[in-house]
Design a protein around this ligand. Sequence first.
Ligand code: SF4
Length: 64
Amino acid sequence: MKIKADTGRCVGAGMCALTLPEVFDQSEDDGTVVVLDAEPPADAAPAVSRAVQLCPSGALSLEE
Ligand code: SF4
């Protein structure tokens, strides 16, 4: 599983960082998403999927 983040679409809502702070953070400059762990362990998959679905701008996606 690999996380892709489109910072051009990110609106800095912060849902990802709130949901899963081990994997997502936000830029101190503009609040856009910073992926801390783009290839998290398999047991994190449910939480990662939830964070991706919660993103209001569709900036996050997953590759298998
Ligand atoms: S939830 Fe989506 S829009 Fe909000 S900071 Fe994360 S990637 Fe950006």
